[in-house]
Design a protein around this ligand. Sequence first.
Ligand code: SF4
Ligand code: SF4
Length: 287
Amino acid sequence: MDRRNFLATVGTAVGASFIGRNAKASEKIEMMGILIDTTKCLGCRSCEYSCAEANGYPEPSDDSDKLFNSHRKTSENSLTVVNKFVIDENEIYVKEQCMHCAQPACAAACLTRAMHKTKEGPVVWDGSKCMGCRFCMISCPFDIPKFEYFSANPKISKCVMCWERLAKGEIPACAENCPNEAIVFGKRSDLIHEANNRIYSEPDAYVKHIYGEHEVGGTGVLYLSSVSFENFKFRTDLGEEAYPEFTKEFLYGVPVILTLFPAFLLALSNSTKREKTFTEGEGGNGH
Ligand code: SF4
Ligand code: SF4
Protein backbone atom coordinates (compact mmCIF):
# COMPACT_ATOMS: atom_id res chain seq x y z
CA MET A 1 0.00 0.00 0.00
CA ASP A 2 1.55 3.38 -0.91
CA ARG A 3 1.54 6.39 1.41
CA ARG A 4 -1.42 8.13 -0.25
CA ASN A 5 -3.64 5.04 -0.13
CA PHE A 6 -2.57 4.23 3.40
CA LEU A 7 -3.31 7.73 4.70
CA ALA A 8 -6.62 7.76 2.83
CA THR A 9 -7.60 4.48 4.52
CA VAL A 10 -6.51 5.88 7.86
CA GLY A 11 -8.44 9.12 7.35
CA THR A 12 -11.60 7.15 6.65
CA ALA A 13 -10.97 5.00 9.70
CA VAL A 14 -10.46 8.03 11.97
CA GLY A 15 -13.66 9.64 10.75
CA ALA A 16 -15.59 6.40 11.04
CA SER A 17 -14.39 5.65 14.55
CA PHE A 18 -15.22 9.07 15.94
CA ILE A 19 -18.49 9.41 14.08
CA GLY A 20 -19.27 5.91 15.32
CA ARG A 21 -18.86 7.09 18.89
CA ASN A 22 -21.93 9.27 18.47
CA ALA A 23 -23.79 6.92 16.20
CA LYS A 24 -23.95 3.62 18.09
CA ALA A 25 -22.58 3.13 21.55
CA SER A 26 -22.64 -0.65 21.13
CA GLU A 27 -20.56 -0.60 17.92
CA LYS A 28 -17.06 -1.97 18.38
CA ILE A 29 -14.47 0.77 17.80
CA GLU A 30 -11.05 -0.34 16.67
CA MET A 31 -8.12 0.95 18.65
CA MET A 32 -6.09 3.66 16.93
CA GLY A 33 -2.32 3.84 17.21
CA ILE A 34 0.95 5.23 15.90
CA LEU A 35 3.66 3.39 13.97
CA ILE A 36 7.17 4.82 14.38
CA ASP A 37 9.60 3.55 11.74
CA THR A 38 13.05 4.42 13.08
CA THR A 39 14.67 3.49 9.75
CA LYS A 40 12.91 6.48 8.19
CA CYS A 41 13.49 9.04 10.94
CA LEU A 42 15.72 11.93 9.83
CA GLY A 43 16.29 13.37 13.31
CA CYS A 44 14.75 16.68 12.16
CA ARG A 45 12.69 16.92 15.42
CA SER A 46 9.68 18.38 13.54
CA CYS A 47 7.56 16.08 15.69
CA GLU A 48 8.91 17.70 18.88
CA TYR A 49 8.19 21.22 17.61
CA SER A 50 4.70 20.41 16.31
CA CYS A 51 3.85 18.53 19.52
CA ALA A 52 4.90 21.50 21.66
CA GLU A 53 2.90 23.90 19.51
CA ALA A 54 -0.21 21.70 19.40
CA ASN A 55 -0.19 21.17 23.16
CA GLY A 56 0.82 24.67 24.30
CA TYR A 57 4.27 23.74 25.64
CA PRO A 58 7.41 25.90 25.32
CA GLU A 59 9.24 25.66 22.00
CA PRO A 60 12.01 23.04 22.30
CA SER A 61 15.65 24.12 22.09
CA ASP A 62 16.98 24.15 18.53
CA ASP A 63 20.47 23.05 19.61
CA SER A 64 20.10 19.48 18.26
CA ASP A 65 23.85 18.78 18.33
CA LYS A 66 23.98 19.40 22.05
CA LEU A 67 20.68 17.61 22.78
CA PHE A 68 21.71 14.53 20.81
CA ASN A 69 24.75 14.12 23.08
CA SER A 70 22.61 12.76 25.90
CA HIS A 71 19.72 10.34 26.17
CA ARG A 72 16.64 12.44 26.89
CA LYS A 73 13.40 11.30 28.52
CA THR A 74 10.03 12.97 28.12
CA SER A 75 9.41 15.63 30.75
CA GLU A 76 6.63 17.82 32.13
CA ASN A 77 7.46 20.26 29.29
CA SER A 78 8.06 17.83 26.44
CA LEU A 79 5.60 15.06 25.67
CA THR A 80 7.84 13.56 23.01
CA VAL A 81 11.61 13.58 22.45
CA VAL A 82 13.91 12.32 19.70
CA ASN A 83 17.18 10.64 20.68
CA LYS A 84 20.20 9.81 18.52
CA PHE A 85 22.03 6.46 18.68
CA VAL A 86 25.20 5.62 16.75
CA ILE A 87 25.23 1.89 15.96
CA ASP A 88 27.96 0.43 13.75
CA GLU A 89 28.74 3.98 12.63
CA ASN A 90 25.12 4.52 11.52
CA GLU A 91 23.10 7.31 13.06
CA ILE A 92 19.63 6.17 14.13
CA TYR A 93 16.99 8.57 15.49
CA VAL A 94 14.25 7.37 17.79
CA LYS A 95 11.14 9.30 18.87
CA GLU A 96 9.86 8.48 22.36
CA GLN A 97 6.44 9.19 23.88
CA CYS A 98 3.61 7.50 25.78
CA MET A 99 3.06 3.95 24.46
CA HIS A 100 -0.75 4.04 24.91
CA CYS A 101 -0.88 0.46 26.23
CA ALA A 102 -3.93 -1.66 25.38
CA GLN A 103 -4.32 -2.33 29.11
CA PRO A 104 -2.46 0.53 30.77
CA ALA A 105 -0.96 0.04 34.23
CA CYS A 106 -1.29 3.81 34.90
CA ALA A 107 -5.06 3.69 34.33
CA ALA A 108 -5.43 0.52 36.41
CA ALA A 109 -3.54 2.17 39.28
CA CYS A 110 -5.62 5.36 39.16
CA LEU A 111 -8.30 5.05 41.82
CA THR A 112 -10.30 8.08 40.60
CA ARG A 113 -10.20 7.21 36.86
CA ALA A 114 -8.45 10.51 36.17
CA MET A 115 -6.10 8.49 33.97
CA HIS A 116 -8.12 6.28 31.68
CA LYS A 117 -8.09 4.39 28.42
CA THR A 118 -10.53 5.65 25.81
CA LYS A 119 -12.26 3.12 23.61
CA GLU A 120 -10.63 4.79 20.59
CA GLY A 121 -7.15 3.96 21.94
CA PRO A 122 -5.50 7.03 23.52
CA VAL A 123 -4.78 6.97 27.26
CA VAL A 124 -5.91 10.38 28.55
CA TRP A 125 -5.90 12.26 31.83
CA ASP A 126 -8.71 14.31 33.39
CA GLY A 127 -7.35 17.00 35.73
CA SER A 128 -10.70 17.52 37.42
CA LYS A 129 -10.56 13.97 38.83
CA CYS A 130 -6.86 13.87 39.72
CA MET A 131 -5.98 13.91 43.41
CA GLY A 132 -2.23 14.09 42.82
CA CYS A 133 -1.26 10.74 44.35
CA ARG A 134 1.06 9.96 41.41
CA PHE A 135 0.29 6.21 41.40
CA CYS A 136 0.21 6.50 37.59
CA MET A 137 3.86 7.60 37.55
CA ILE A 138 4.98 4.76 39.77
CA SER A 139 3.09 2.09 37.87
CA CYS A 140 4.01 2.99 34.26
CA PRO A 141 6.58 0.46 32.98
CA PHE A 142 7.76 3.04 30.43
CA ASP A 143 8.24 5.87 32.97
CA ILE A 144 6.01 8.26 31.01
CA PRO A 145 3.58 10.29 33.18
CA LYS A 146 5.37 13.30 34.68
CA PHE A 147 4.31 15.64 37.48
CA GLU A 148 4.80 19.42 37.30
CA TYR A 149 6.66 19.70 40.61
CA PHE A 150 7.57 23.36 40.06
CA SER A 151 4.10 24.57 39.16
CA ALA A 152 1.79 26.32 41.65
CA ASN A 153 -1.04 24.19 40.23
CA PRO A 154 0.77 20.97 39.26
CA LYS A 155 -0.67 18.58 36.67
CA ILE A 156 0.26 15.14 35.37
CA SER A 157 1.59 15.53 31.84
CA LYS A 158 1.96 12.93 29.11
CA CYS A 159 1.17 12.47 25.42
CA VAL A 160 -2.57 11.87 24.94
CA MET A 161 -2.19 11.08 21.21
CA CYS A 162 -3.54 14.58 20.46
CA TRP A 163 -6.94 13.50 21.76
CA GLU A 164 -8.59 16.87 21.07
CA ARG A 165 -7.32 16.89 17.48
CA LEU A 166 -8.64 13.34 16.97
CA ALA A 167 -12.07 14.38 18.22
CA LYS A 168 -12.10 17.03 15.46
CA GLY A 169 -11.20 14.42 12.81
CA GLU A 170 -7.56 15.53 12.61
CA ILE A 171 -4.51 13.32 13.08
CA PRO A 172 -1.82 13.78 15.79
CA ALA A 173 0.39 16.82 15.15
CA CYS A 174 3.61 14.78 15.14
CA ALA A 175 2.29 12.38 12.49
CA GLU A 176 0.96 15.24 10.38
CA ASN A 177 4.30 17.04 10.39
CA CYS A 178 6.74 14.16 9.92
CA PRO A 179 8.38 14.78 6.54
CA ASN A 180 9.44 11.17 5.89
CA GLU A 181 6.65 8.75 6.89
CA ALA A 182 8.55 7.86 10.04
CA ILE A 183 5.33 8.43 12.05
CA VAL A 184 2.10 6.97 10.75
CA PHE A 185 -1.24 7.23 12.55
CA GLY A 186 -4.07 4.77 11.97
CA LYS A 187 -6.04 1.76 13.12
CA ARG A 188 -3.70 -0.45 15.13
CA SER A 189 -4.55 -3.52 13.03
CA ASP A 190 -3.73 -1.60 9.81
CA LEU A 191 -0.47 -0.38 11.34
CA ILE A 192 0.59 -3.93 12.20
CA HIS A 193 -0.28 -4.96 8.65
CA GLU A 194 1.74 -2.03 7.28
CA ALA A 195 4.68 -2.83 9.60
CA ASN A 196 4.73 -6.46 8.44
CA ASN A 197 4.60 -5.28 4.81
CA ARG A 198 7.61 -3.05 5.38
CA ILE A 199 9.52 -5.85 7.13
CA TYR A 200 8.79 -8.48 4.48
CA SER A 201 9.30 -6.25 1.46
CA GLU A 202 12.71 -5.10 2.76
CA PRO A 203 13.95 -7.93 5.00
CA ASP A 204 17.52 -6.55 5.13
CA ALA A 205 16.31 -3.17 6.36
CA TYR A 206 14.48 -4.37 9.49
CA VAL A 207 14.74 -6.76 12.41
CA LYS A 208 11.69 -9.04 12.51
CA HIS A 209 10.20 -7.48 15.60
CA ILE A 210 7.39 -4.93 15.89
CA TYR A 211 8.05 -3.46 19.33
CA GLY A 212 4.69 -2.99 21.06
CA GLU A 213 2.82 -5.67 19.15
CA HIS A 214 2.97 -7.99 22.16
CA GLU A 215 4.92 -6.18 24.90
CA VAL A 216 2.84 -5.70 28.10
CA GLY A 217 -0.18 -7.16 26.29
CA GLY A 218 0.23 -4.83 23.27
CA THR A 219 0.60 -1.07 22.96
CA GLY A 220 -0.96 1.55 20.71
CA VAL A 221 2.47 2.88 19.73
CA LEU A 222 4.47 0.43 17.62
CA TYR A 223 8.09 0.58 16.49
CA LEU A 224 10.15 -0.75 13.58
CA SER A 225 13.93 -0.80 13.60
CA SER A 226 16.99 -2.03 11.72
CA VAL A 227 18.68 -3.12 14.96
CA SER A 228 17.44 -4.81 18.12
CA PHE A 229 15.56 -2.56 20.51
CA GLU A 230 18.03 -2.99 23.39
CA ASN A 231 20.22 -0.56 21.43
CA PHE A 232 17.68 2.21 22.09
CA LYS A 233 17.53 1.49 25.84
CA PHE A 234 13.97 0.16 25.30
CA ARG A 235 12.62 -2.16 27.99
CA THR A 236 12.88 -5.66 26.55
CA ASP A 237 12.30 -7.39 29.88
CA LEU A 238 8.61 -6.55 30.25
CA GLY A 239 7.05 -9.76 28.98
CA GLU A 240 3.77 -10.09 27.12
CA GLU A 241 1.34 -10.04 30.01
CA ALA A 242 -0.58 -6.79 30.56
CA TYR A 243 0.55 -5.02 33.73
CA PRO A 244 -2.96 -4.52 35.14
CA GLU A 245 -2.99 -8.31 35.58
CA PHE A 246 -0.39 -7.71 38.31
CA THR A 247 -2.12 -4.58 39.65
CA LYS A 248 -5.36 -6.57 39.96
CA GLU A 249 -3.74 -8.82 42.55
CA PHE A 250 -2.69 -5.72 44.46
CA LEU A 251 -6.12 -4.08 44.27
CA TYR A 252 -7.92 -7.22 45.47
CA GLY A 253 -5.85 -6.88 48.61
CA VAL A 254 -6.76 -3.21 49.15
CA PRO A 255 -9.31 -2.85 51.95
CA VAL A 256 -12.50 -0.93 51.19
CA ILE A 257 -11.41 2.04 53.34
CA LEU A 258 -8.55 2.63 50.88
CA THR A 259 -10.87 2.55 47.89
CA LEU A 260 -13.17 5.12 49.54
CA PHE A 261 -10.29 7.26 50.74
CA PRO A 262 -9.49 8.68 47.24
CA ALA A 263 -13.01 10.12 46.92
CA PHE A 264 -12.55 11.76 50.30
CA LEU A 265 -9.13 13.16 49.32
CA LEU A 266 -10.44 14.38 45.99
CA ALA A 267 -13.32 16.21 47.68
CA LEU A 268 -10.86 17.70 50.18
CA SER A 269 -8.49 18.75 47.40
CA ASN A 270 -11.34 20.39 45.43
CA SER A 271 -12.59 22.26 48.46
CA THR A 272 -9.03 23.47 49.21
CA LYS A 273 -8.74 24.67 45.59
CA ARG A 274 -12.05 26.52 45.90
CA GLU A 275 -11.01 28.09 49.18
CA LYS A 276 -7.68 29.18 47.69
CA THR A 277 -9.43 30.77 44.69
CA PHE A 278 -11.86 32.56 47.02
CA THR A 279 -9.03 33.90 49.22
CA GLU A 280 -6.98 34.95 46.16
CA GLY A 281 -10.09 36.64 44.77
CA GLU A 282 -10.50 38.62 47.99
CA GLY A 283 -6.81 39.65 47.97
CA GLY A 284 -6.98 40.59 44.29
CA ASN A 285 -9.81 43.02 45.01
CA GLY A 286 -7.77 44.66 47.68
CA HIS A 287 -10.29 44.00 50.49
S1 SF4 B 1 -1.97 11.22 40.27
FE1 SF4 B 1 -3.99 11.52 39.48
S2 SF4 B 1 -3.96 10.46 37.57
FE2 SF4 B 1 -2.26 9.69 38.74
S3 SF4 B 1 -3.02 7.91 39.83
FE3 SF4 B 1 -3.26 9.63 41.10
S4 SF4 B 1 -5.35 10.30 40.72
FE4 SF4 B 1 -4.77 9.03 39.07
S1 SF4 C 1 0.42 12.37 19.51
FE1 SF4 C 1 0.25 14.56 19.91
S2 SF4 C 1 0.77 14.78 22.06
FE2 SF4 C 1 1.48 12.74 21.40
S3 SF4 C 1 3.59 13.05 20.76
FE3 SF4 C 1 2.36 13.29 18.94
S4 SF4 C 1 1.97 15.48 18.85
FE4 SF4 C 1 2.67 15.05 20.91
